[in-house]
Design a protein around this ligand. Structure first.
Ligand code: HEM
Length: 354
């Protein structure tokens, strides 16, 4: 009985030994695992024929094949995310093209100013003023507008500073400037998002499109008539301002806010690909938005006499209202639209406090 058990155990051991040796021989045979063996051979050959050219390794890395990691979390097994290279290349192309657009637009605005000059009033100011923007509306405009400008300037420093400023101001100064720009940008973004929503809420009603806006668009508001004799009727805001409101303020700025939050808070657990996409969309929206804001800031300052006073002090002269926003002026005169509060102090014809 005992010798039978011993024989059986010896047989099982022998069988296990034979099977084990066969499996080990198969694992070591090049034919058993051809791709890995081929890869190793390719690597050896590559290192001899083209030393330091590690292309096959990087090809494997870029294949997107998951790696192994004991760290738990999203994408922790993707050690190198190869789309990062595509993203970096796209960033350079997009920023160069749209940065060029902004530079060209600034030149066009300079040219337009020298050709057309500031749009002046034809009639004499009456000295009677109408309220154009209440204090609350002015605070809403400046909170949104100035935070936008701060984000635009710091964003431009972060995008183009390394190529344009670093060679001029050197590493020490640029490092301080870039750190400051990054922090101002990151902390101003959320403030802008709140100011933006308040602005949209307060200004949307006056920006609803009306049939007469088509006339303004057909003649481009008379802006290309150097004599200034083309008068196009417009309500509280003209079609150009309405276009700016819906495109820049509503669409572009909301896209900037959403993509900005995705970039500002990586702890939302988004993937690297989501952040790269958000970054490209943010960049395109920002550069287009900055170009549009340049047009608006030009018209709100040097482009039209009296416009800045309206947003600074809240009042415009009746002649300004009649010449630039005729239908709004008619509505105020007929009492259809409230004339607003009287200024607390006497004002100059432009609407400025005396
Ligand atoms: C710091 C630079 C800025 C200046 C000097 C400025 C100037 C002005 C002025 C003078 C007005 C009144 C125009 C009128 O009476 O019809 C105005 C209105 C307005 N501004 Fe600005 N602004 C600036 C920044 C911005 C920015 C950055 C935005 C958008 C992101 C913006 C969006 C608007 C809008 C939407 C209106 C009202 C027009 C409408 O609702 O259709 N502003 N601005």
């Amino acid at each position: 009985m005992a010798s039978l058990t011993l024989k059986r155990a010896a047989g099982a051991w022998l069988a296990a030994l034979v099977l084990g040796l066969a499996a080990s021989a198969q694992a070591q045979s090049p034919a058993a695992n051809p791709p890995e063996a081929d890869f190793a051979k390719q690597q050896q050959a590559q290192q001899q024929s083209q030393p330091l050219n590690n292309q096959p390794v990087w090809k494997e890395v870029r294949s997107g094949q998951a790696q192994t990691s004991t760290v738990r979390g999203r994408e922790t097994n993707v050690l190198i995310q190869s789309q990062g290279q595509t993203w970096r290349a796209a960033r350079v192309t997009v920023s160069t093209a749209l940065g060029g657009l902004i530079a060209a637009l600034v030149l066009v605005l300079f040219g337009y100013y020298f050709w057309r000059g500031s749009i002046e009033l034809h009639g004499a100011p009456t000295g009677r003023v109408i309220e154009r923007f209440s204090p609350a509306k002015r605070i809403a405009h400046w909170s949104m507008g100035l935070t936008f400008v701060a984000l635009g300037v710091t964003g431009l420093i972060l995008t183009f500073g390394k190529s344009l400023l670093l060679p001029i101001i050197g590493y020490t100064l640029f490092s301080w400037l870039a750190t400051l720009a990054k922090n101002v940008h990151n902390f101003t973004g959320p403030v802008f998002s709140v100011a933006l929503l308040i602005f949209i809420f307060m200004y949307a009603k006056d920006n609803l499109p009306k049939a007469y806006d088509l006339q303004w668009m057909a003649k481009f508001g008379g802006m290309l008539d150097r004599s200034g004799n083309t008068h196009v009727p417009s309500g509280k805001f003209n079609a150009g301002e309405k276009g700016l409101f819906w495109s820049l303020v509503v669409v572009v700025s909301l896209v900037l806010v959403v993509t900005g939050y995705i970039l500002n808070f990586p702890n939302f657990d988004q993937t690297r690909e989501t952040m790269q996409l958000a970054n490209i969309v943010h960049l395109v929206a920002a550069l287009l938005g900055i170009a549009m804001a340049c047009l608006h800031i030009y018209m709100g300052t040097v482009g039209m006499k009296g416009a800045l006073d309206a947003m600074r002090y809240g009042y415009v002269d009746e002649t300004w209202a009649k010449e630039h926003h005729g239908l709004w002026y008619d509505d105020v005169m007929s009492g259809k639209v409230p004339r607003g509060t009287e200024p607390a102090a006497p004002t100059l014809p432009q609407g400025r406090p005396a």
